[in-house]
Design a binder for this molecule. Structure first.
Ligand code: FMN
Length: 212
């Protein structure tokens, strides 16, 4: 897919930059919604998606990969290893891979990266920036779990998209928003679509914590 550049990828307006990666696991809706959340929050999004992610977009949504790319401020081809996000000198706040396949996760865990997605993730680790991996697979074998441990030891945050039923989701969109909001929490962003225990959810409130 051709990179979509509205403006030069410079920091003209001082907005925070977030790299959004989509790989070929089930749940591309998480990454798509994250791009929309970036728009809501005024965060500059830099998108890279794998070919299997593009296939999964076709299987799981009514969108075309180009329409997903159009939701990002900047979108890069998976093979564009010279893209700004391939370098640690290009400043970003962090990266979320949503969803993250076991294949991409395993590649990041080894440091032997073969695409812009995994290279950008490797850059996050080496620069000690937040790398949030929404790894989606089940069940998990020991090799998967060992890769997760290695990644946690390297500083990555493993955030499997596991629904929070206490948040009382009524629709799939509620469920997706809750997970996306929790990823944004980890980056210090308050996205209003998260339903918080002890705040929005009456059951979690104690005396003196009534909703305002
Ligand atoms: C519809 C569909 C759903 C898939 N779901 C998953 C999944 O949930 N987790 C996973 O690790 N791989 C899943 N795969 C397999 C990956 O797409 C495959 O391993 C691919 O090589 C991943 O490459 P990537 O990491 O470069 O995107 C799925 C494939 C398809 C077509």
């Amino acid at each position: 897919m051709a990179p979509r550049e509205k403006t030069k990828a410079g920091k003209a307006d001082n907005r925070e930059r977030l790299i959004v990666g989509l790989s070929g696991a089930s749940g591309v809706a998480y990454g798509i919604r994250l791009l929309e959340a970036c728009r809501d929050l005024g965060v500059e999004s830099h998108l890279v998606m794998t070919k299997p992610a593009e296939m999964t977009i076709g299987y799981e949504t009514a969108l075309k990969p180009k329409q997903v790319a159009a939701k990002a401020d900047f979108a890069y081809a998976i093979g564009d290893i010279a893209a700004p996000i391939a370098s640690g000198s290009f400043k970003t706040k962090g990266m979320v891979i949503a969803p993250c396949s076991v294949r991409s996760m395993s590649e990041i865990a080894t440091g032997v990266t073969t695409s812009l997605l995994t290279r950008a993730a490797d850059v996050m680790l080496k620069e000690r920036r937040p790398l949030i991996l929404m790894v989606r697979e089940t069940p998990l074998h020991l090799g998967h779990l060992r890769s997760m441990v290695a990644l946690a030891e390297m500083g990555a945050i493993l955030l499997p998209p596991v629904p929070a039923f206490y948040a009382a989701p009524k629709t799939l969109a509620d469920l997706v928003d809750q997970m996306v909001g929790r990823a944004l929490d980890l980056l210090g962003h308050e996205w209003p679509n998260v339903r918080r225990w002890g705040e929005d959810l009456a059951k979690g409130r104690r005396k003196g914590q009534e909703a305002t």
